[in-house]
Design a protein around this ligand. Structure first.
Ligand code: FAD
Length: 546
């Protein structure tokens, strides 16, 4: 196979042990070894490869193509036993157009590099994940990533204007939102693209009611194919970018995207709340949301302890000396004394406004609203005082990954969301499932969206610990289904959640996902087993042992 690909492929082809080991892991609990690692040079390499795989598929049914950007996926999305395509090496161009507040990015562009292009212009792409120093646009777009600012601005799918995709016929197509006359023109084409539009229009228009019944009720969602976002009957627009964003490369490969940017809001302050128990959180969320904070995040006492334990690293991330950094926590230490111990929960509410007066008014209104709640409140100026909390919130998973001796982070219930008002009833039930199974976990998340990241710490070298994963996932995802939530708000389905999509979508809706996959990828050559066709035996057999 390697020789046959080398005959037409201009990029690098690797199958040495180090490369195979590197690409067999992401940030999930899985290990899957690819057969070859390919670094395509340009769109022609992608087209030739898709045509080759499509031609060889009948003779080699195991052959498939899985895209990979930075490989920070938490669910096994970029893992495969077949060909993995590294987009980081050669697809790393970005350009920013300040006048139209848009940018064109390739999948291998790291967010941290892109940020350096936009920050001096006081504009930004706001739907970045907490992994913003690690992730690239390939996964940001294909996972429909979100983060601390999604509450105010929306998720990645709200920012993608155009996509250039290589589809299963090995040709490149551009997608953007179409008006009715534009859709009619596309559907009248007698070619692959015309057929694609005809079939997708039929699918979404004939099943409109079923699709609407299955539309997730949470403010964020990355589970399934977003069929409910394609056709807007009121505006009569049809937008297939919405199908591709969040599709984990299961419908085609993307090699360029046009995205929308926003202006930095110049004045901001952080209101930090320290709570003795979780019970008040949903009421606080619902009371504060009408003030339209830019972010509303939270983390638990375990995460706080982690931050204290690894303060030197957090200080380094904040570009400060340890002593100076530690002194910044004196006011919080005093709050700890008053609360007779560490707070159970810290909630971060950030307001951003165009003027200092408007900002002060918002913070005063928040302080007033928060008065009846048993919470210690600190209002922090933008800068190092507030940054220490943001670093702790963003870095919690990374600290856990690298530091807890004898245990590994086991992200398998890492990204659910339920409506904030249901949280008081839902959360104790969820925590009971974990404690009954003897699983200790850290909890941090996007409180405003009801989206929480639960990261259990487990010794996965032990068979008895690995054996807990499927039964606990089964119970937790059933509970999320009962409460009308989503099994993944932003991390996406991957290997870990595809088998549980039935917990939130009807059998008919799952059938429509499969139909969409068949329309776009009839031979199943793109990232098989993700979004459709996943299984629990496959999941279990690829959990890494260390
Ligand atoms: C510490 C930490 C914190 C995190 N916090 C968040 C968070 O707050 N919010 C969030 O959303 N996620 C979070 N994540 C998960 C992850 O970082 C994000 O989803 C990120 O967007 C993935 O980007 P990536 O470039 O690493 O993608 P990858 O892992 O490389 O790929 C992700 C998916 O996209 C597909 N893909 C990539 N490029 C292409 C392409 N060109 N064509 C077709 N398919 C492609 C892959 O096949 C895979 O299915 C976190 C992860 C870590 C490790």
């Amino acid at each position: 196979m390697k020789e046959s690909i080398a005959a037409f492929f201009k990029g690098e082809i690797r199958d040495d042990a180090a490369s195979i080991a590197k690409y067999s892991r992401d940030a999930s609990l899985f290990e899957v070894k690819p057969s070859l690692v390919l670094s395509p040079r340009d769109a022609d390499d992608l087209k030739a490869l898709v045509k080759f795989v499509s031609k060889e598929k009948a003779a080699h049914p195991e052959l498939s193509i899985t895209g990979r950007a930075a490989g920070t996926d938490m669910g096994g999305g970029p893992l495969t036993t077949s060909l993995v395509l590294d987009f980081i090496s050669h697809f790393n161009q970005a350009s920013v157009d300040e006048a139209s507040m848009t940018a064109v990015v390739q999948p291998g562009v790291y967010y941290r590099d892109f940020d350096k292009l936009t920050a001096p212009k006081h504009i930004e792409y706001p739907s970045y994940p907490a992994s913003k120093d690690l992730a690239a646009f390939g996964g940001i777009i294909m996972n429909n990533a979100g983060g601390e600012k999604a509450l105010f601005y929306g998720q990645t799918r709200d920012f993608v204007l155009e996509l250039k995709m290589i589809l299963s016929d090995g040709n490149e197509y551009s997608f953007r939102k179409l008006s009715r006359p534009e859709l009619d023109a596309k559907m009248s084409q007698q070619d692959f693209e015309g057929e694609l539009y005809r079939k997708m229009w039929k699918l979404v228009s004939e099943n409109h009611e079923e699709i609407e019944r299955n539309r997730p009720q949470t403010s964020k969602n990355s589970a399934g194919y977003a069929l409910w976002r394609i056709w807007d009957p009121k505006a009569d627009t049809f937008d297939l970018t919405q199908l591709f964003v969040g599709s984990q490369g299961t419908l085609g490969l993307f090699h360029e995207a046009k995205i929308r940017l926003v202006k930095d809001i110049p004045y901001r302050k952080l209101v930090a709340l320290f709570l003795g128990k979780w019970d008040d959180l949903p009421h606080i969320v619902n009371a504060v949301l009408p003030l339209k904070p830019e972010s509303m995040e939270s983390f638990d006492d375990n995460t706080l302890k982690l931050g204290i334990r690894f303060m030197p690293e957090i200080a380094k991330k904040a570009h400060e000396g340890l002593l100076r950094f530690a002194l910044r926590f004196l006011p919080e230490a005093w709050i700890g004394v008053e609360m007779l111990g560490l707070p159970k929960l810290i909630v971060l509410v950030e307001f951003a406004e165009d003027s200092q007066e408007a900002l002060n008014a918002k913070c005063a209104a928040a302080a007033e609203i928060l008065k009846p709640f048993p919470a210690h409140v600190r209002v922090l100026e933008d800068g190092p005082e507030s940054e220490k909390y943001w670093i702790m919130r963003r870095e919690s998973f990374n600290l856990l990954r690298s530091h807890v001796a004898g245990k590994q982070t086991a992200p398998f219930i890492d990204d659910f969301a339920v409506l904030p008002e249901k949280m008081p009833e839902f959360l104790p039930k969820l925590l009971k499932i974990l404690s009954d199974a003897g699983i200790a976990a850290n909890i941090a998340g996007h409180a405003g969206d009801g989206n929480y990241h639960i990261i259990p710490l487990m010794d996965l070298t032990k068979e008895s610990e690995r054996a807990k994963i499927v039964p606990v996932a089964e119970k937790v995802y059933s509970l999320i289904g009962e409460y009308g939530g989503t099994i993944t708000a932003e991390h996406n389905d991957g290997i870990i959640r595809t088998p549980y999509l039935a917990k939130m979508f009807s059998p008919k809706m799952l059938g429509l996902f499969q139909e969409a996959k068949n329309i776009l990828d009839p031979q199943n050559i793109f990232n098989p087993g993700k979004k459709v066709g996943g299984s629990i035996p496959y999941l279990e057999s690829h959990i890494k042992a260390k």
